[in-house]
Design a binder for this molecule. Structure first.
Ligand SMILES: C[S@@+](CC[C@H](N)C(=O)[O-])C[C@H]1O[C@@H](n2cnc3c(N)ncnc32)[C@H](O)[C@@H]1O
Length: 338
């Protein structure tokens, strides 16, 4: 196992099953006689074939190790059907052959996703169906409609222009990821500006996630509310979230922060807003208290900045934005290039 020797001109496979946990099953495989051509792998649960995947994701370490053009990795998100608190033996083979990757099989044992827990945190929810048809009735885009509903016309464009003014979007065909895309009001504008090679979202409101996926050229992942499990390490150029870390409980935001550190590339940018100390002066807190909205979750700006700095990010801009009864503060970070 590991390398298969065959007569000249025929396939010579090599591959490694790197990992299997409750988020993803990963590894790489290639045909040494076709170094720049991706091959397929079969993922099995015991003897049952789960999926056939193209092993074509780029990994720097594969390129550096001389594995052709380095585009031979795969990442398979663990399906819900395997999250049943039972052990599963995950075996990966080169597709259609008996060639097992090195280090396969691997065992997993995963708890089901608790939908109630996820739903509990889906605050600020507005129904996709009702909102979209109301926008249509008014002859407005969804973005214009929700801005008007919330009494904040032009806010989205202002935030986008502010971010653009620091050159964050000046990346050619970037890989973009957005957490909590909601109605897609930022997504729509960023797609227009950046022409991304890939735009992924993690949104727990299924109705919005499905509508966005059917309306825009994006990939909407099944969101568990705290991880970016279907995104590879160091793959994202621009990661953004608007109105999300302002209201998630501290540990959920922290879980996402750890995932952000994992997926953002060297030289990549991150943009998100928080309810920082500078957003919560006494007068503003009084306004929140006298409203019916008790959802903001305070996050210390100093604490967040130093957390990200320790992970190799440097803060290069902050700005205030109107949010709910008061404002939120945007933090823009760049990850050091090496
Ligand atoms: C206040 S809305 C903001 C939506 C959008 N970013 C905007 O600014 O219009 C927050 C969004 O985050 C989503 N959300 C809440 N908790 C989440 C979580 N744990 N993971 C991913 N998305 C989440 C909600 O469903 C909602 O669409």
């Amino acid at each position: 196992m590991g390398i298969e020797f065959t007569p000249e001109g025929e396939s010579v496979y090599e591959g490694h099953h790197d990992g299997a946990d409750c988020n993803s099953i990963s590894g790489w495989a290639w045909d040494m006689n076709l170094p720049d051509t991706p091959i397929y792998v079969d993922i099995h649960d015991g003897i049952t074939l789960l999926a056939t995947l193209r092993a074509d994701e780029f990994r720097q370490d594969l390129l550096e190790a001389g594995k052709g053009n380095g585009k031979h990795a795969f990442n398979y998100p663990v399906p819900r059907s395997l999250k049943d608190s039972k052990p599963h033996s995950i075996l990966v083979k080169v597709s259609g052959t008996d060639f097992d990757l090195v280090s396969t099989p691997k065992q997993i044992n995963c708890m089901p996703i608790d939908k109630d827990v996820v739903a509990k945190y889906s605050l600020g929810y507005i129904s996709a169906k009702e909102t979209i048809s109301a926008a249509k009735r008014e002859g407005l885009s969804v973005c214009d409609y929700v801005e008007r509903l919330w009494g904040k016309p032009g806010d989205t464009q202002r935030v986008i222009q502010q971010i653009a003014s620091w050159g964050v979007f000046d990346v050619e065909n970037p890989h973009i990821l957005e957490i909590g895309a909601g109605t897609g009001r930022y997504l729509e504008k960023v797609l227009e500006k950046c022409k991304p090679a890939k735009y992924e979202i993690y949104e727990i409101a299924r109705d919005w996630a499905e509508w966005l996926q059917s309306t825009y050229p994006i990939v909407s992942h099944e969101a568990d509310g705290m991880s970016l499990s279907q995104t590879s390490d160091h793959s994202v150029d621009i990661l953004h979230a608007h109105g999300v870390f302002v209201y998630l409980p501290f540990l959920m935001s922290y879980r996402y922060f750890k995932e952000i550190w994992r997926v953002v590339k060297n030289g990549g940018s991150i943009i998100f807003d928080i309810c920082s100390e500078d957003c919560m002066d006494e007068a503003t807190v009084e306004k929140w208290l006298s409203s019916e909205h008790y959802y903001p979750c305070f996050l210390s700006k100093g604490y967040v900045i130093s957390l990200f700095e320790r992970q190799g990010f440097s803060l290069f801009a902050t700005f205030m934005n109107s949010y709910g009864e008061g404002r939120s503060e945007y933090l823009v970070f760049e990850r050091e290039k090496s």
